[in-house]
Unconditional design. Structure first.
Length: 490
């Protein structure tokens, strides 16, 4: 099939772009009716993505909760092992997330057939990185020996980590395909596959962790295997949808598979700063969990892991909004509507902040029963107490976390990925980690000191990133400048 759309083919199933704004100055705040329409556009696209994020949250929540029911040492282990795995995958996922920007801006420019070409390059990068990640399996004992956790906890960490490396490639695959559907305004596809994958994961967890239906009881090993199988199943479903007849007729998804080093390099160039933002932040968080929290004992590790799963209920839906506004900003910039992109970004920021502030209040009010979900009945009082302290500090930074997440999504939609990277480097490595070590190792402030450092770091990072969004510096960035034979100066 040729690269051009056949005349007798059905119309492209792509929603028509919003009309271009009338030339002239655009007020900072549009009239009320237009404002509601723009907010509706943001929520309409973001809702399925939010549901996708909630499905991932439920899958991980179920993993950790069921592991906690099986044994407390395994609950302590799964947090540090997950942090290490996410550190390895975050460079890939952050880099591939830029596919959303390229697909969105390609659609805005009226070039839908370019969209699957970028997705295929992202798929190839996912397989390359996934294969490289497997080379780390022999290093697992050395990694967790360095953490110096209790020997029986290290044993579980090594097991979970070694299995989890097999999940890097399918997760990257899912990220690449999700970016396509999100930026082409069909986020229902990844939502449906995520819900199915989550259901498969919970069922497999029950069977493999606790040894049901004639399968041996596998504990944390079973949780890792269940997550791998569910992720692969979800990737297969999404790939099938990507190659389906309607998608191929609209975008040429089956014929766009050729390796295109120019497009791949363009994605790497703009995506690597986003990947470094994620990976550097997660490197600091991994160090924080393994050495700072780990120094406070296995109960602190278990409380940390339970708290993070609870916080997923707050920030994962906002990450859904982040992905949605990235696509919307990319589409409007592709159409040349920078003012419309900014207005929609502001409305998404307001929704994200409002939601996370509400969740912060819930965390404070229900902190003990929430942490108690991860402990077997009648046990874990130390875990509940420390986890409750963590949730109080988490409530303090919810608004700033929303500012960072939403502003970063809008900036990434514009291709502005370098500035957030520098903010992350500065706030994590020059502020967060040094403060955490001083508060815990010098001032002996325990869990409260550790999470005070988290709160201060997120407050500063969120404020600076939101300032960048308001500054309009991102308007100067053009990710397709090379197509016009110009030298990029971004």
């Amino acid at each position: 099939m040729s690269d051009e759309i056949r005349q007798d083919s059905p119309d492209l199933p792509v929603p028509a772009p919003d009309p271009m704004p009338v030339p002239g100055p655009v007020p900072e705040l549009a009239p009320a009716a237009n404002g509601w329409r723009e907010l509706g556009e943001v929520l309409w696209l973001s809702f399925p993505i939010i549901m996708t994020m909630l499905s991932y949250t439920a899958m991980q929540f179920a993993d950790v909760m069921m592991v906690g029911w099986h044994s407390q040492p395994e609950l302590s282990a799964v947090g540090a092992a997950s942090s290490c795995l996410f550190l390895i995958g975050s460079l890939l996922m952050g880099t591939l997330s830029i596919a959303n920007t390229f697909v969105g801006q390609s659609m805005g420019r009226g070039r839908p057939r370019d969209a699957p070409r970028y997705v295929w390059q992202a798929v190839y990068l996912a397989f390359i990185w996934g294969a490289a990640a497997l080379l780390l399996r022999p290093l697992a004992p050395a990694i967790f020996a360095w953490a110096d956790h209790a020997p029986h906890v290290q044993e579980h960490e090594i097991t979970y980590f070694r299995y989890g490396l097999f999940r890097v490639a399918p997760v990257g695959f899912i990220y690449a395909l999700s970016a396509f559907y999100q930026a082409t305004k069909r986020p229902v596809v990844p939502m449906i596959t995520a819900v199915i994958g989550g259901a498969v994961n919970v069922a497999l967890n029950y069977i493999l962790i606790f040894g049901k239906l004639g399968v041996r009881e596998m504990g944390i090993e079973g949780a890792a295997i269940a997550t791998i199988l569910a992720s692969c199943f979800q990737a297969v479903l999404m790939f099938g949808a990507f190659l389906s007849g309607p998608t191929h007729r609209a975008y040429g998804s089956r014929t766009a598979w050729g390796l295109d080093l120019t497009k791949m390099w363009r994605m790497i160039r703009f995506g690597i700063p986003a990947g470094l933002t994620w990976s550097l932040e997660n490197a600091s968080w991994t160090l924080f969990v393994m050495k700072v929290i780990g120094s406070l004992g296995k109960d602190a590790l278990a409380a940390q892991n339970a708290t993070i799963q609870i916080l997923h209920m707050s920030f994962m839906p906002v990450i859904g909004l982040n992905i949605g506004i990235q696509a919307i900003v990319g589409q409007h910039i592709g159409m040349g509507d920078h003012d419309g992109a900014k207005r929609r970004a502001y409305r998404a920021v307001a929704v994200g902040v409002g939601f996370m502030v509400f969740m912060g209040i819930m965390f404070v009010l229900f902190r003990r029963p929430l942490i108690g979900l991860f402990c077997r009945r009648g046990t874990g009082e130390g875990i509940i107490r420390m986890g409750g302290t963590m949730l109080i500090f988490a409530a303090m930074f919810q608004a700033f976390d929303a500012l960072f997440i939403m502003s970063y999504g809008a900036l990434k939609g514009a291709g502005d990925t370098r500035f957030p990277m520098f903010v992350t480097i500065g706030c994590t490595w020059l502020m967060f980690i040094p403060l955490a070590m001083v508060f815990v190792f010098v001032l002996k402030m325990g869990v409260a000191g550790a999470w005070l450092a988290v709160t201060l770091y997120i407050a500063v990072a969120g404020s600076i990133t939101f300032w960048r969004l308001t500054s309009d510096a991102w308007r100067k960035i053009d990710i397709f400048r090379a197509d016009r034979g110009e030298t990029s100066a971004d």
